[in-house]
Design a binder for this molecule. Structure first.
Ligand SMILES: Cc1cc2nc3c(=O)[nH]c(=O)nc-3n(C[C@H](O)[C@H](O)[C@H](O)COP(=O)(O)OP(=O)(O)OC[C@H]3O[C@@H](n4cnc5c(N)ncnc54)[C@H](O)[C@@H]3O)c2cc1C
Length: 480
């Protein structure tokens, strides 16, 4: 059976990978000249990598870890010490750590929290435990019910004070969805806490040993092509063409650089494009359908990823750091954390700038200047003195619409992978799965789409697995 997939982010690639494993022949059509979508990365003029986002993998990512195993590339995950490190705004240049001991979950998490005396007083620990522990014990059904509240509202309802919110949860909310606790759905933080605390290594992070494009996406593409599938870059979906009964007749692909548009026809079609793109590309007859109308409740959140190369080492820390600063979220010194970016003499900081809604339209110079002011607090020993660290170069990647903004009530707008259109499916981290807008969510969504396709395929259709989707010039086929 032939399957055409629009979008070569992790969801589209995962969908194609699992379809080839099931014997199908997918073709992935990606609009850009780079794989990976939100994990895409590029080399600059000096050969240094820069990325759409600073990405870490968690121990609580079962589908992603399985994918690495299936591709035989597990050694590319560089696991870090099991600790969470926060900057201390009130003591510039110092860190507070939650060290997870080698004990079963959730004991290791409880000990990590009890041992930390910088960020939480004993009174706050008790307050937090009283609020969080019952929520954790009541399971996912309870967590799902918290989607009507922001995390700030939920904390207040549980009697947890503002200091705890300020101290820990602004950093946590910004790292999970690039927004503050007074915007993010309580469901997001409670889901993450559940997954992190219930598995021994759930919150342990790994960095990839190089760029996601080369070190993760390319092996998925190799897996797909070795099994008869195809991945095409520079192939933007322009229009979803319909049959009279409303099912999909073909994907119209825009011809670039003066080339003719083409129609890709297949037995089944998948959109693995971002939800903001799907919304504007819905064929008119589908717009009346409640299933597709719900997509209007979802919108990508802006975020900015910043890379700064310095003339010296700013830190030796080889892990993810929570800045707890006003403009920045998480960051890492990639010269320590990532094998391919390693440099023993100079730091390359990769920093996530969030919330970014008031900054996304500002100039690079303004964003850079604001970031450098925050670095003076994060690394006072390297700035402000007689011989301050010198910025050698920078790269800034703005993403005006990234993962779906997880505000209260948006769970009900997240669609299933199966749609009311018989030959059309959705994949993407915004589609319904437990892992929210993450790489794990994207990989899982693609797998769920492949499984749904396989489950719905008739036995006759399954036997015609070796045919490839066909490409025709649009001018002929569009009128056929
Ligand atoms: C700054 C940042 C940091 C992040 N950090 C983490 C992290 O640490 N851990 C984590 O798990 N997750 C993280 N994420 C989230 C993670 O990157 C995403 O959830 C995941 O990559 C989304 O994958 P996707 O395939 O669903 O969507 P996308 O990656 O958006 O893929 C959609 C694809 O569709 C393509 N497309 C668009 N229009 C068309 C068209 N017309 N025709 C054909 N193709 C089209 C796009 O170019 C893209 O390749 C981060 C994201 C960002 C932005």
């Amino acid at each position: 059976m032939r399957v055409a997939i629009a979008g070569a982010g992790l969801a589209g690639l995962s969908c194609a990978k699992y379809l080839t494993d099931l014997g199908y022949s997918p073709i992935v059509l990606e609009s850009r000249d780079v794989l990976g979508g939100l994990v895409a990365a590029w080399k600059d003029e000096d050969g240094d990598w820069y990325e759409t986002g600073l990405h870490v993998f968690f121990g609580a990512y079962p589908n992603m870890l399985q994918l690495f195993q299936e591709l035989g590339i597990e050694e590319r995950l560089q696991w870090k010490e099991h600790t969470m490190i926060f900057n201390q705004p009130e003591k510039p240049g110092t860190y507070s750590r939650f060290d997870f001991p080698n004990l079963p979950a959730p004991l290791n998490g409880i000990v990590a929290i009890l041992r930390n005396n910088d960020m939480l007083s004993w009174g706050e620990k008790i307050e937090l435990a009283k609020g969080l522990v019952p929520a954790m014990l009541r399971g996912q059904k309870y967590v799902d019910s918290t989607d009507r509240l922001t995390f700030s509202q939920w904390l207040k309802q549980q009697g947890v004070g503002d200091d705890v919110e300020q101290g820990i949860f602004i950093a946590a909310a910004k790292s999970l969805n690039f927004i503050d606790p007074d915007e993010i759905s309580a469901l997001v933080l409670l889901t993450a806490l559940n997954k992190f605390l219930q598995q021994k290594n759930g919150s342990q992070v790994a960095f990839l040993d190089g760029s996601p494009t080369e070190r993760l996406c390319q092996p998925i593409v190799d897996h797909i092509t070795e099994r008869g599938g195809e991945v095409k870059l520079n192939a933007p979906l322009k229009e979803i063409l319909l049959n009279e009964d409303g099912s999909v007749r073909g994907f119209l692909i825009r011809g670039l650089n003066g080339a003719e548009d083409e129609i890709v026809t297949a037995d089944l079609y998948v959109s693995a494009m971002p939800v903001d793109v799907v919304k504007v590309m819905l064929p008119q007859p589908w717009q009346e359908n409640e299933f597709f109308q719900k997509l209007n409740g979802l919108e990508g959140v802006p975020v900015i990823n910043i890379h700064l190369w310095f003339d010296r080492k700013l830190t030796e820390i080889d892990n993810l750091l929570f800045s707890r600063s006003q403009l920045l979220s998480v960051y890492a010194d990639m010269s320590n954390a990532c094998k391919e970016y390693a440099d023993s003499e100079r730091s390359m900081l990769e920093l996530v700038f969030a919330p970014a809604k008031d900054w996304i339209d500002k100039s690079e110079a303004e964003i850079l200047a604001a970031t450098l002011v925050e670095l003076e607090t994060l690394f006072p020993q390297h700035f402000g003195g007689e011989n301050p660290a010198k910025l050698l170069k920078h790269k800034i990647v703005k993403t005006p619409r990234s993962v779906y903004k997880a505000i209260p009530g948006c769970q009900e707008y997240r669609p299933s992978q199966v749609t009311p259109i018989s030959n059309f499916y959705l994949a993407g981290s915004y589609t319904m799965q437990q892992f929210l807008g993450s790489m794990e969510g994207a990989v899982l969504s693609g797998k769920l789409t492949a499984q749904a396709i396989n489950a719905q395929a008739t036995p006759e259709a399954k036997t015609s697995t070796k045919q490839k989707p066909t490409l025709q010039p649009a001018t002929n086929a569009a009128t056929a």
